[in-house]
Design a protein around this ligand. Structure first.
Ligand SMILES: Cc1cc2nc3c(=O)[nH]c(=O)nc-3n(C[C@H](O)[C@H](O)[C@H](O)COP(=O)(O)OP(=O)(O)OC[C@H]3O[C@@H](n4cnc5c(N)ncnc54)[C@H](O)[C@@H]3O)c2cc1C
Length: 476
């Protein structure tokens, strides 16, 4: 077995010097997760500038017996993008591959490199009066390649779908260093099995995505945002069904928040002004948007008039300006930071069939309060997609060991309830290394067999992100 120094020297000899980073202080940001909970290290961090660079890096690592952890913006929340075997892994960061190769306004498509930061990409597309609808809290840092590799969701899924539905093609460096060019922009292409789907959501376990072709939409120049007070989560689900129908499927966001959201958000951002006077058991942040001849403001007003008359919504406010809309969204975004400020806590990213969501939240919160009476549950999220973050906050004065024990217990309790609802332990964030054991525990043997056969066929030497998603004991 070579020492790290020998491996680093071999990488420098095989690759252009400026691609290989080995200084441990410089490598730190690539080896620490977004929350700062886990810090690892690596033999090296490789920062290619082109697809050919990536291919050379893969060939060099393979020859040296090193495995590769691909990394985009490192905002993933499941430890898929940082190494867990520092003595035999390199991080391959796509951050220097951030060119926009083409934006085609007539075709409503673009071809972009994997390292484009999502918000910057959206801004460049907006300059052409087009729209890329993927939208998530991490968009100022995450990369489009990371979004595709995790099949990211976000706030606009109910209208535009998960990332998978926005991808037309991918360019991938395979584990043997060959380049798979699947960068088509065709919307209709039924020439056999759609291979790009293998790499979407694979979390870097089958290859390195170097570029993506994506679908674009007309820019939604009209947006109406409203915060609504309701009597219950059940009413929120009823409201969602009604909104989809009454708003001609122009709804682009529908976020559920409990009253605690406002407390948490103001703990993080103290000068946030309260948008609604009364207190309600449930809140919905809703957005409808469109372009062209449709009158979105009128649609929102008529819709809210109807649902308030029927008692489904008790109170509400429609943002009168972009600044007011931003203020409403700050409550949704600030509540995450507020939870972090209260210390380590249990975070989930769960989905259940929509019609069972309210029952699930009730049952799971009840089970947590029985098992852990001194902890607080907070459930919120993209409920229109059946996706809820049911998080559990231990008391702020818990010692690190006490908090860790409560977090473990809360996860076990919530997952037990979830299993009874046939739900998913990962609606959006993927499996990474954090959820591998929970995933494997619930994995159907036939699905495991297919996943193992795929890995065996594409990456038999286990070069790509070993330990992420699944362990494959039978593969060398
Ligand atoms: C504040 C906040 C809010 C978030 N909100 C949402 C949300 O609403 N919806 C949602 O789905 N997620 C959300 N996330 C999670 C995260 O932002 C997404 O998973 C995002 O898609 C990750 O992109 P990234 O570039 O940061 O990828 P990374 O974290 O760098 O990597 C994620 C995984 O993809 C692999 N990977 C990355 N790039 C490549 C590549 N080019 N080729 C092959 N494999 C690659 C990595 O190895 C890793 O397994 C949120 C995260 C934060 C911090």
């Amino acid at each position: 077995m070579c020492t790290s120094a020998a491996l680093q020297a071999s990488l420098r000899a095989a690759l252009t010097n400026d691609m290989v980073m080995t200084d441990s202080a410089e490598m730190l940001r690539f080896c620490r997760d977004w929350h700062g909970d886990v810090t690892s290290s690596a033999v090296a961090v490789l920062r290619p500038r082109s697809t050919e660079d990536v291919a050379s890096a893969v060939r060099a690592c393979r020859a040296l017996g090193l495995s590769i952890v691909p990394q985009g913006g490192n905002t993933g929340l499941v430890l898929g993008s940082i190494p867990d075997r520092p003595e035999s892994q390199v991080v391959l960061s796509l951050e220097r591959m951030n060119a926009i190769r083409n934006i085609d306004a007539d075709d409503f498509s673009a071809v972009v490199e994997a390292g484009c930061i999502l918000s910057e990409l959206k801004d460049r597309i907006a300059e052409k009066y087009m729209y890329f609808p993927l939208a998530l809290g991490a968009q100022g840092s995450c990369h489009i390649g990371g979004n595709v590799s995790t099949n990211a969701g976000g706030i606009n899924v109910l209208r535009y779908g998960m990332t998978r539905e926005l991808v037309l093609g991918v360019e991938v460096v395979l584990p043997d260093g060959t380049i798979f060019n699947g960068l088509s922009t065709l919307r209709k292409d039924n020439r056999g099995i759609d291979l790009k789907q293998l790499f979407i959501g694979a979390e870097g376990t089958l290859g390195i995505i170097t570029a993506v072709s994506i679908k674009l939409m007309p820019f939604p120049d009209q947006v109406a945002t409203a915060l609504l007070g309701l009597n219950s989560l059940d009413d929120a689900i009823k409201l969602y069904r009604r909104a989809r129908r009454d708003c001609c499927d122009l709804m682009s966001a529908f976020e559920f928040m409990p009253p605690l959201a406002f407390v948490l958000a103001r703990e993080a951002i103290p000068d946030l002004s309260m948008p609604i006077a009364g207190d309600y058991p449930a809140y919905v942040l809703m957005e409808i948007s469109g372009s062209g001849l449709v009158d979105i403001a009128d649609l929102m007003e008529r819709f809210l008039g109807g649902v308030m008359e029927d008692g489904l919504v008790v109170d509400g406010v429609i943002a009168a300006s972009q600044a007011q809309a931003r203020n409403l969204w700050l409550f949704r975004e600030g509540m995450n930071e507020g939870q972090a400020k209260r210390g380590p806590h249990m975070r989930t990213d769960i989905s259940v069939p929509l019609y069972r969501l309210a029952d699930f939240v009730r049952d799971a919160e009840q089970a947590v309060s029985e098992a852990l009476p001194d902890c607080i549950s907070v459930s919120y999220g993209h409920v229109g997609d059946g996706n809820v973050h049911l998080n559990v906050l231990p008391p702020s004065d818990s010692s690190p060991d006490e908090a860790a024990a409560k977090i473990y217990k809360a996860k076990t309790v919530v997952n037990q309830v979830l299993d009874g609802y046939n739900g998913s332990i990962s609606a959006e964030h993927g499996i990474g290394r954090l959820k591998r054991a929970d995933f494997e525990e619930r994995l159907d043997p036939s699905r495991r067999a297919v996943l193992t056969a795929l890995k065996q066929a594409i990456d038999p030497s286990m070069v790509m992100n070993p330990g992420c998603q699944l362990n494959f004991p039978g593969i060398s």
